[in-house]
Design a protein. Structure first.
Length: 327
């Protein structure tokens, strides 16, 4: 019996291994691993991580919105404080006028003798200069300029802004920088600022021409002024590699009666951009009595009849450049 017991234990162990041992080949099943050699993250974990990144992005945006609201709130408070100071100043002037106009009754001296009557002094006329609330006017102006305005409305607003041009021009330029693609604001900006004092425009336009977001609108606004002093600001940009901006510079110079603008427009006829070719020939026709001299902006400039037409335009400029803007 003692001899059979070890044999029975061996048989029992073999049976358990057969019943409960790992299936054949399981040690060869691959386990997903990441690039570092560890287990790859589950799809659920990847999704949670993406959600966390999205929440971080949204949180950052909300923080920026809160900071902007706080900034706007501070700006409104400062505007109210400035308005309050203006009202207080006006009230003080009115009180002074009332003091002048009012008469203080005098008491007769002892003995009943009346003092000699004094002729009332002429009242000081009120200050004829109206009080202009600059902040309110500029807020009104920028709001109106974002909507369609007709020429009489533009003229009326320009007249108001001319009285506060020193404050108005930088504010209008700043608004243009914020949203340079706003079509109505850009169009109204050009029409209105072209009627403001040149000296004020020059101080702010030089820097604005260096900003790619709004330099095209500034160049067109200078053209609307027709002022040769402001046209001088465009000369530094006549060799820009930005073909669209160079076209705007060319038109601005030409409208200010500068011959370099005409030369740039003639060279623009050879552009590969059909839109720029169209702008160039339309402006040149105004300088040539409406004649295109055979040029067709829809045709490639390297093809006929445009090759001959471009030569005619170059000859025309060479003959006209010294007398084109003489009168």
């Amino acid at each position: 019996m003692k001899r059979l017991l070890p044999l029975g234990i061996l048989v029992l162990n073999a049976g358990c291994a057969a019943l409960f041992g790992p299936p054949a080949g399981i040690e060869n099943v691959p386990v997903p691993k990441d690039s570092a050699g560890g287990p790859a993250p589950s799809p659920q974990l990847v999704g949670i991580q993406a959600d966390i990144e999205q929440l971080k992005y949204v949180t950052t945006g909300m923080k920026a919105a809160v900071e902007k609201m706080e900034s706007d709130h501070r700006a409104r408070i400062e505007a109210i404080e400035r308005r309050l100071a203006q009202v207080e100043s006006a009230a003080a002037r009115l009180i002074q006028h009332l003091d002048i106009l009012s008469k203080t009754p005098t008491t007769p001296p002892a003995g009943g003798t009346k003092p000699p009557e004094e002729k009332p002094s002429a009242p000081t006329p009120p200050d004829p200069t109206p009080i202009i609330d600059t902040d309110a006017l500029l807020a009104e102006a920028t709001g109106r300029m974002r909507k369609e305005m007709r020429a009489p409305e533009q003229e009326e607003l320009a007249t108001k802004l001319a009285a506060v041009a020193t404050a108005a021009v930088p504010r209008l330029v700043e608004e243009l920088k914020v949203d340079p693609t706003h079509i109505e604001y850009s169009r109204n900006f050009q029409a209105i600022v072209s009627k403001l004092p040149t000296s004020v425009l020059a101080m702010h336009f030089k820097e604005a021409l260096g900003d790619p977001r709004m330099r095209g609108t500034i160049a067109e606004a200078i053209g609307r002024t027709g002022n040769k002093v402001l046209a001088g600001l465009l000369l530094d940009h006549s060799t820009t590699t930005d073909e669209t901006f160079r076209s705007q510079v060319a038109e601005g110079l030409a409208r200010c009666r500068h011959t370099l603008g005409v030369a740039l427009l003639v060279s623009q006829l050879s552009s590969t951009d059909e839109t720029l070719r169209m702008i160039g020939i339309l402006t040149l026709k105004k300088l040539n009595g409406g004649h295109a001299m055979g040029y067709d902006a829809r045709i490639d400039p390297t093809n006929q009849p445009n090759t001959d037409a471009i030569k005619r335009w170059n000859d025309w400029y060479a003959a006209k450049k010294d007398v084109l803007f003489k009168d």
